[in-house]
Design a protein around this ligand. Sequence first.
Ligand SMILES: [Zn+2]
Length: 274
Amino acid sequence: MPELPDLEVIREFLAEHVVGHEIAGVEVVRPTVIRPLVNGDFAARLTGERVAAARRHGKFLLLDLDSGHYLVFNPMLAGRLQYCLPEAGRLPRTYLVLTLDDGHELRYSDQRSMGKIYLTDDLARVPGFSELGPDALDPALTLEVFRERLRRYRGEIKRVLTRQDFVAGVGNAYADEILWQAGLSPFRKRPQLTEEEEARLYEAMRHVLSEAITVLRQRVGADIHLEIRDFLRVHRRGGEPCPRCGTRISEITAQKRITSFCRQCQPGGLVEGT
Ligand SMILES: [Zn+2]
């Protein structure tokens, strides 16, 4: 699932290569993920639009269009953008192909068909968008604001961290990385965290996400359809030694979500109930 670092690097790429260009052609290959929230034909409305800006909030990517409309991508589990020339092979389950005025194509594919693409003049109408909390890297999200928001939730800390109405952008993979960095068990309940642990969580969130952006910026390049995760330290590394203490990394699957963590570095919360 694309998360904040993946999408931020894609946003940077789009800002450089797509912003300023006109959408010269629109091919709706399969309409099922497309949700026009404006009247008229989706392809006709989009054709001739110039892309004014590329933005991101949490796990949503937005292209601001000259008309004041927005093309909004919510990739969910497996949505991918691909930037290429027309002769490049299409990824399986390609849904939308935009041809830019310089001949490049921006394509959307989705192996799980769960993502959505919206065209709207009102972001409040995009499902899930107005409920988003502040972006996890928003400079206005200070430790004080983070603490204040954290107090609204009482569940396990990993579940809280992946709630997009708490802070937007962290999903299953980066939550594992952040909690490992902070030395906090994913299963600790939020009210059990001390002030010092809350601060550690905040610092780890900022550090892990920023560091991942730096790595991905180097490695993704124009291949924005690739999801690179091989540099993660604990997520999906069950059985391998913890990079900090050498203990075998534990892996638990609950509700189809894998949680990877180190019992030594991230104690408590599970069997002990503390
Ligand atoms: Zn460890």
